[in-house]
Design a protein around this ligand. Sequence first.
Ligand SMILES: N[C@@H](CCC(=O)N[C@@H](CS)C(=O)NCC(=O)O)C(=O)O
Length: 248
Amino acid sequence: MTTHTKNTTNGESPEITLYTNHACPWAHRAHITLRTLNIPYKEVIIPLDRPRDPWYLEINPRGLVPSIKITTADGKLKDEIITESAVVSTFLAEMFPDSEFWPRSEEDPLMRARINFFVDTWFTKVNTFMYPILKAEGEEKETLGSQLVAAVKKEIEPLLENAGPFFGGSEHITLAEAMTAPFVIRYRAYIDGSLMPASLLKGLEALPNYSKWSKAVCGESSVTYVFDGPEISKRTAERLAKMKAEAK
Ligand SMILES: N[C@@H](CCC(=O)N[C@@H](CS)C(=O)NCC(=O)O)C(=O)O
């Protein structure tokens, strides 16, 4: 178990345990949120290459990471379990308010709507290409790669017009980045590991708003501190090879 002991922005000390695996993009969302909001936590790594232990299935009956367990210093929450990465990050953002990361609804409902729309767009219009590209080979990989670039150009580029460098003109990471950064940074690792075509990088770099934003995202320590690109790329390549062998 690793312990991260930074203080929270408001000085209170909740006890949070994050059940995670550093290879998981969904768990990565929780890491980014915890680190950005400066929330102390302990981490328990859940191995994903074997069936979950019964004790973990009691925490999360779905057997997935991430999950968190939280007890607050004021005793209002005692060993509460929260699961599902978007729910975990939004819960933390509301428990530990930081108006740059996720404004309170009464403060700025429009910004919340904009962030929600951005995240929805990323996952419905762009990220749907990621696994098909990873699985494809040769010409098909290239074609899907250019379709992803076209989707970023059409759907994401206009939403990043006022990025500064983060979403909505923010100088700091917002929930929009916490939700999408695990994938933005994986695209780079997959291109480096030849699992995604190099033409994808060229296409994305030619988009001025996305290019500036993604560079800022991938340079943030809250995004990089648990991310090992070559290792993730290697593991993904192994998983894909296994899936292909099983399909034969
Ligand atoms: N919708 C879930 C997805 C989480 C998820 O799929 N986690 C994967 C690792 S990346 C997992 O725990 N897989 C274990 C399994 O399927 O047995 C979330 O957003 O938290």
